[in-house]
Write a protein that binds this ligand. Structure first.
Ligand SMILES: [Ca+2]
Length: 218
């Protein structure tokens, strides 16, 4: 009896000790496949999004009638509690790492419930995002925040950061937090130190980024 109890306790300690560190990592910038991934949408999916965009307020519908790109999506709950929704990052064009500060319009988050668009949330217009990489409820209010990645290239260094956007009640999205330098690749640095760091991002009661040193290619 006592022996069984001890085994039970040992198993419980083991599961507590091993689960959280791996299970709650939301994003892992050490993962090459994740890092180099680019969102892809079929012609049918693009047509469905084009139709949804035409239901937006006139100014937004008119702007995206000229053309748009879909830069990632996530499923979750965004506009109201318990809603099953899918959110898409829509921009005039894909981000350009060399010229990250665009002359084009603000990025937009499109919220869909099935085939019905229920939210057109404009983001601050001073940046273009590389892609939408995840959604998770960071503050525990029952609605998911959206993780948006930026990527800048400067002096041979690539620097990626993640903005966390929350959907506001008034139909706008705002950036509530920025995780700076989740990935830094200075391996091609012409001057100074060659280095590469990559972070994992986890949500454990609070948003946390943990940075790791990664080797440069020889
Ligand atoms: Ca939330």
């Amino acid at each position: 009896m006592k022996g069984k109890l001890l085994i039970g306790i040992a198993a419980a300690i083991l599961s507590v000790g091993t689960l959280p560190s791996t299970a709650q990592v939301l994003l892992d910038y050490r993962d090459e496949a994740f890092l180099s991934g680019s969102p892809f949408y079929s012609a049918a999916e693009q047509s469905a999004i084009a139709a949804a965009l035409q239901q937006a307020p006139a100014e937004i519908a008119g702007r995206f009638a000229e053309g748009f790109v879909i830069r990632g999506d996530a499923v979750g709950t965004f506009t109201q509690a318990d809603a099953k929704e899918r959110i898409f990052l829509i921009q005039d064009e894909a981000a350009n790492s060399i010229e990250p500060f665009p002359e084009t319009g603000a990025p937009m988050l499109l919220v869909m419930r099935g085939a019905e668009p229920v939210g057109f949330e404009l983001l601050p217009g001073d940046v273009q995002y590389q892609r939408l990489v995840a959604a998770a409820d960071v503050d525990g209010d029952g609605r998911d925040e959206v993780f948006l990645e930026t990527s800048f290239v400067n002096m041979g260094q690539t620097i990626m950061s993640v903005d966390v956007a929350a959907i506001g009640a008034g139909g706008t999205a705002k950036i509530v937090q920025t995780l700076n330098e989740v990935y830094v690749d200075g391996c091609d640095n012409p001057v100074g130190e060659r280095l590469r760091t990559a972070s994992t991002i986890s949500v454990e009661g609070e948003l946390k980024a943990q940075r790791f040193d990664e080797p440069c290619p020889q």
